[in-house]
Design a protein around this ligand. Structure first.
Ligand SMILES: *Cc1c(COP(=O)(O)O)cnc(C)c1O
Length: 361
């Protein structure tokens, strides 16, 4: 079997390791940018009623029209711009890559950035170019980006805004210059839009190569798997050919429609998370020896004293808190840890555990 696998599975796929998701067990889960709040009790009945009306024996609406209509209204997608839905925005990244992929085609993104851009480039046999950001503050170096775009002529540029795992918003002028210089598509990935003060959604239509991608995951519906890509109808019509016919299942369609009808609940949760982020940022800054990076998302990246990140991560785990250890990925993220903003109680438990870990040599 091994030799057959070696013969037939592409070498770049054999070289990959599967995306690892740790089992949180009973730990306080602050590793995956989930919203800590569930649907409020008084809405659960209404949601279950919506699900009771679902015909599970039938295929879902292939166009998921109700969701698109709700998203357009609730999120303020500009008139004249279309929407394409994915099973999470991860699937949208895959669809985009499949549409433009091929020999010699390149995906380009700032680095450190969202790992799926690189992984999906590999899946579809594209080149991936990670362009280093400024090491001091993870800001975008516009000149370096523009030179890389000129050199590599990427089919796709991904700009996570705010960026994951660093949490910062890029300079808007730099992004606009990149959109203007890019020979292909520029996708502004706004997975963290509920926690940020700027967006390119209102800018759709200003450039014919700009798309904005979002997801309901970080706003509190990660379990539904629903991402949406907004932009010019002509581009999205091409991508829609690659979408598997029923990619948004019927339970997701019913649940997301219900949730979007009650979006004020999620807006209020996002406001709570933003307030908790400010408190968590202050709490981290009050601890000795950490470098804390400003965040416009629902997580905070911080740098541990040199050589101690993994020990701190393990100590937190023993103390009941799971965060993300980015130190192992090396480079600019050496010594870095990332914590998701949880409830005020969870954040306090994390800060107390981190304080103990830092004190314990
Ligand atoms: C979490 C995340 C996504 C993936 O979102 P899903 O809709 O859950 O697939 C996309 N982009 C960035 C930058 C993210 O951090």
């Amino acid at each position: 079997m091994a030799s057959r696998i070696a013969q037939w599975v592409r070498p770049e796929i054999r070289a990959l390791s599967a995306y690892h998701v740790p089992d949180p067990g009973r730990l306080i889960k602050l590793d995956a940018m989930e919203n800590p709040y569930t649907l409020p009790e008084d809405l659960v009945e209404g949601w279950l009623d919506a699900l009771r009306g679902v015909d599970m024996n039938r295929y879902p609406d292939p166009g998921a029209r109700i969701i698109k209509e709700r998203l357009r209204r609730v999120m303020g997608v500009p008139a004249g711009q279309e929407i394409l839905l994915g099973n999470g925005s991860d699937e949208l990244i895959q669809i985009l890559a499949m549409a433009v992929g091929g020999a010699g085609r390149t995906i380009l993104a700032p680095e450190p950035g969202f790992v799926m851009y690189r992984m999906i480039a590999t899946f579809v046999g594209m080149e991936y170019v990670g362009v280093p950001v400024s090491p001091a503050d993870f800001s975008l170096d516009a000149e370096v980006m523009l030179a890389a775009i000129e050199a590599h002529q990427p089919a796709l540029v991904f700009l996570a805004y705010p960026n994951n795992p660093t949490g910062n918003l890029w300079d808007r002028q730099a992004l606009e210059a990149i959109i203007e210089a890019a020979p292909g598509l520029v996708v502004v990935d706004e997975a963290y839009a509920p926690f940020a003060d700027d967006s390119f959604l209102p800018d759709l239509g200003r450039w014919d190569n700009l798309l904005v991608m979002r997801t309901v995951s970080k706003m509190g519906l990660a379990g539904l798997r629903l991402g949406y890509l907004c932009g010019p109808a002509d581009w999205l019509a091409e991508f829609d050919k690659l979408r598997l016919p029923y990619n948004i299942n019927i339970l997701t369609q019913a649940s997301a429609a219900f949730a979007l009808d009650h979006h004020e609940v999620f807006d209020a949760q996002a406001a709570q998370i933003r307030a908790a982020r400010a408190a968590l940022d202050a709490g981290l800054r009050a601890l000795d020896g950490l470098t804390v990076y400003p965040s416009a998302a629902n997580f905070i990246l911080f740098r541990a004293p040199a050589g101690r990140a993994t020990a701190l991560f393990e100590s937190l785990k023993r103390d009941g808190v799971l965060i993300k250890n980015l130190s192992a990925s090396g480079g600019m993220l050496e010594d870095c840890l990332r914590v998701t903003v949880g409830t005020p109680e969870e954040n306090a438990a994390f800060l107390a555990a981190l304080g103990r870990a830092l004190a314990g040599a």
